[in-house]
Design a protein around this ligand. Structure first.
Ligand SMILES: [Zn+2]
Length: 448
């Protein structure tokens, strides 16, 4: 009887893989708007979460807020057979470090790690912020609800943990609440340092900062568009000779807009377009908003890929404001301005990006490119353990996104017939058995 099934096996073995994974749709479905609403309300109810606010009270201030966040992560962990390792990561910042640190303060992050089954030391990180502020950045007693900025990001990280902890992934995922953002990005700095000290191999950081406003100060209402900020290239290299040689290489071979954070941004863009086609992700080719900061930057400073995920239309009367009414305008970052269906969508964008990355093999580390004065471009890469195959991506030099691709089986070089090297940019990813892709690697070697 058994041999009767053989033709089917042969038939199916020629199928490469499904273009989409049902698990990712299930994840989108399972993100709960109600949980987000409840968690933002709870965070708002702490009155203020200013980094320098009360840490003793059980009901008010950043101490009570971080204890609640930690207990939430612990509850989530109980519901997945203790699958999360939950801890405080504490950074002492001394009075006078900058003008916004008016007392010595422990900047405390709350970290929850979901260990990967195959690559426990490779991490994808989702961050939100615990802290909030009002008009005066040093006012640590007035009510600072910080509903959109940034209880939404924090609630998103908690909800992503609730949903993704019900699955197992090959790579590790970290959900984190960072503190000290408004006082000078101290929580991110502290965690980036901790990551280096512990030799974490970080695939990337998805920093969520304000993911709940759809009604812009300009009058535009838009519940589909969101922004993905990323720096063009890493600037952490301090050796001037290395910097000069990289700049020289970019002049001749390209790569000015193809750093590791930009590839992570494009990955998030692609994953959204594939699984949430109703959304309109907007790649913004800059580190952050003009002259403003966010918690992905300290990771970028440490040479780690990191992006900012954020609403497209901000409302400045509802961020960093004392609660008040002036000329008929209600100022303040209060609960009623948050749009939870939108917050759910952006939380889902994070969750599916992390689920895809956490299911993917590592990227190839070496990618060579050749084809100078030839009709076809050649690519070569190192074999990746656990990859079923590879995908070569290319795009017009003026395109922001990887528009063309070709899947190839388990080989380590390939020639794209008739594709002239001069006219495109190229990159390579590793692909898992179920079709999940690593982040694109831009060629780092020239073949002559
Ligand atoms: Zn802020």
């Amino acid at each position: 009887m058994r041999y009767l099934f053989l033709p089917f096996i042969i038939l199916f073995s020629s199928v490469i893989y499904a273009q989409t994974d049902q698990k990712i749709y299930d994840i989108i479905e399972n993100i709960s708007e109600d949980n987000l609403r409840k968690d933002v309300q709870t965070l708002v109810n702490f009155g203020t979460r200013h980094t320098l606010s009360d840490t003793i009270s059980k009901t008010r201030g950043i101490g009570a807020a971080r204890r609640w966040i930690k207990s939430e992560f612990e509850t989530i962990s109980k519901n997945c057979n203790d699958c999360l390792e939950v801890f405080y990561q504490t950074n002492l910042v001394k009075k006078g470090e900058n003008q916004r640190i008016v007392n010595d303060v422990n900047v405390v992050n709350v970290v929850a790690i979901q260990k990967g089954t195959k690559y426990p030391n490779r991490f994808i990180i989702m961050s939100g912020d615990i802290d909030s502020r009002v008009s005066d950045p040093n006012d640590f007693t007035s009510d600072a609800p910080g509903a959109n900025d940034n209880a939404t990001g924090m609630a998103g990280a908690l909800e992503a943990a609730r949903v993704l902890s019900q699955y197992k992934f090959e790579n590790s995922i970290i959900y984190v609440g960072l503190s000290g953002e408004e006082q000078g990005l101290f929580g991110g700095k502290g965690l980036a340092k901790y990551a280096k000290e512990n030799n974490w191999d970080i695939i990337g950081v998805l920093n969520n900062d304000m993911i709940g406003n759809i009604s812009g100060v300009d009058g535009v209402i838009d519940n589909r568009t969101f922004r993905i900020f990323s720096e063009p290239i890493t600037t952490s290299e301090t050796d001037p000779e290395a910097l000069a040689s990289q700049a020289r290489a970019r002049r001749f071979y390209g790569g000015e807009v193809d750093g590791i954070s930009r590839q992570l941004a494009r990955y998030t863009y692609n994953t959204t377009k594939t699984y949430m086609p109703e959304m309109n992700p907007m790649l913004v080719y800059r580190l952050d908003r003009f002259g403003r900061g966010g918690h992905h930057r300290p990771f970028n400073d440490a040479g780690i890929a990191g992006i900012r995920i954020m609403e497209a239309h901000e409302n400045y009367t509802q961020q960093h404001q004392d609660i008040r009414t002036e000329s008929g305008i209600n100022y303040g970052d209060t609960f009623e301005h948050v749009n939870f269906p939108y917050c759910k969508k952006l939380t889902a964008v994070n969750a599916i990006t992390m689920a895809s990355l956490a299911s993917a093999p590592p990227s190839p580390t070496e990618v060579g490119i050749g084809g100078i004065v030839e009709a076809s471009a050649k690519l070569q890469w190192n074999k990746v353990e656990g990859a079923k195959g590879y995908k070569i991506y290319w795009r017009d030099t003026t395109s922001p996104t990887w528009d063309h691709s070709r899947y190839v089986e388990d080989v380590t070089e390939f020639t794209l017939e008739g594709i002239v090297i001069d006219n495109f940019f190229f990159g390579v990813v590793a692909v898992s058995v179920d079709g999940h892709e690593s982040v694109v690697v831009f060629p780092n070697k020239i073949m002559r």
